[in-house]
Design a protein around this ligand. Sequence first.
Ligand SMILES: N[C@@H](CCC(=O)N[C@@H](CS)C(=O)NCC(=O)O)C(=O)O
Length: 191
Amino acid sequence: MITLYDAARCPYCARVRIVLAEKGVELEVVEIDLSDRPAWLYEKNATGRVPVLEEDGRPLPESAVIMEFLEERYPEPALLPPDPADRAFVRLLVFRDEELTDPYYAFRRGEDGAAGRLDIALGVLDAALAERPFFGGPEYGLADIAYVPWILRARDMLGVDLAPYPLLSAWLTRLEGRPAIASEIDIVAAL
Ligand SMILES: N[C@@H](CCC(=O)N[C@@H](CS)C(=O)NCC(=O)O)C(=O)O
């Protein structure tokens, strides 16, 4: 059995929830109160952060690493493309996620100039979708899952209007048709 140490509001946890849902993995979920974290969480992840995925008593932190682990443990349905160069491209996008997350958190903190920085980041993602239907290429996969938690939260929690980014809006509409993403939208709505 797999256990996910989770927090509903955490977008990094959302990545893992979405991958698990896409792959239909049965799991036990332990909700962590981030404002009052249990001391034992530090034994599973020295940073005390979630998500942590645990299988057979082996805790694994870091959402990007967990996504890769799940892709290898449960290869179907595939969320990485078959070609190594295409896979590397997806990994590069995930590796550079702070190009979205940094402006997102700056905007959430109300920093000066953050709205402009977030606008630029969303514009870059919108432009990328002019070249391919999904962030990682022709198929939905880990690159989309890596970014969608922040885009959903920007829209549904921070009130960011996505209309100025029509390709990004259309991409999100396509993703919303997937049960794994629809569940995440419900989680965000309940926060
Ligand atoms: N790099 C980590 C980041 C995880 C992270 O920052 N999680 C937040 C919740 S969204 C957390 O646990 N924050 C508690 C803290 O920073 O002390 C990942 O990708 O999993």
